[in-house]
Design a protein around this ligand. Structure first.
Ligand code: SF4
Length: 101
């Protein structure tokens, strides 16, 4: 659509790392198979979006942006490093997990 309205180039920047894992803590992200970044490279996603370039903020970049405070942050949807043992089966949809409780 941007090209249709005259954009000569499209350089897409995302203010987070690629989302590669679902969130089970409140954000309604689906299973891994529905997250494009879990199975495609940044170059592949860029081609899919037909943008000229695509870049994401890195995990290090997001930590630098948050500063050096004495905090810990969840980054599970970017790293798969969940701060709890939940979920047991990454293939389950979120609602299936809640239904089992
Ligand atoms: S950082 Fe953690 S709580 Fe926030 S959306 Fe990602 S997985 Fe969910």
């Amino acid at each position: 659509m941007l090209r249709h309205y005259g954009a000569k180039e499209i350089h897409f920047r995302v203010s987070s790392p690629p989302t590669t894992f679902p969130c089970f803590y409140g954000i309604d992200t689906p299973s891994r198979k529905e997250l494009i970044a879990s199975s495609h490279t940044v170059d592949e996603i860029n081609k899919h979006m037909t943008s000229d370039t695509l870049q994401y903020l890195s995990i290090d970049g997001i930590k630098r942006a948050l500063g050096d405070g004495d905090y810990t942050y969840c980054d599970a949807c970017f790293t798969g490093d969940y701060p709890s043992r939940f979920p047991e089966n990454m293939e389950l949809e979120q609602m299936e997990l809640f239904a089992k409780r």
